[in-house]
Design a protein around this ligand. Sequence first.
Ligand code: FE
Length: 211
Amino acid sequence: MSVAHHHTHSRHDEVVAARVKAMEAILVEKGIIGTDAIDFMSSVYENEVGPQLGATIVARAWVDAAFRARLLADATAACAEMGVGGMQGEEMIVLENTDAVHNLVVCTLCSCYPWPVLGLPPNWYKYPAYRARAVRDPRGVMAEFGLRLPDSTEIRIWDSSAELRYWVLPRRPEGTDGLTEEQLALLVTRDSLIGVGEALRPGAADTEAEA
Ligand code: FE
């Protein structure tokens, strides 16, 4: 089954949504959490915290070698330097893509994801199809996202957990020497931070939509 184009309103979604609604109702009824708090959290992670924060960090790493080294040594601390961190990102590890090695992130157990730098995970990240196939057939999965790498590139799969969340430092695209940090950040897609895509080439940012 296609991972990238999995139908978004599957039976599984409906079951999960019903369960979440029921849990929310109980928490509100018992006075453990207010509906306004739930609305606030949803709004923050849908509108304010998202892959644009991860993109900002990647752009900094591309232009600042010392920051890049700190990011690869201790991602959580380096992100904190830029004011990025928090829930579901307490322990993060950044994996550097090179011409020789390409990293791909999955949570085989559920949907662990570094919220502070990527926001909420896309639906496909949570589906069993992605979680199983990313491990078994990573090149097939990446091809569905339009990413085809040379056979010589080593693919490494990283299984995120509640304790440790991985994300990817994509390769800096060619032809970006003259770009500012802000312009570079626009080339960094959500998919490139998960490893199912690469950073966009200059000029492609306006025309290529994310999966
Ligand atoms: Fe998980």
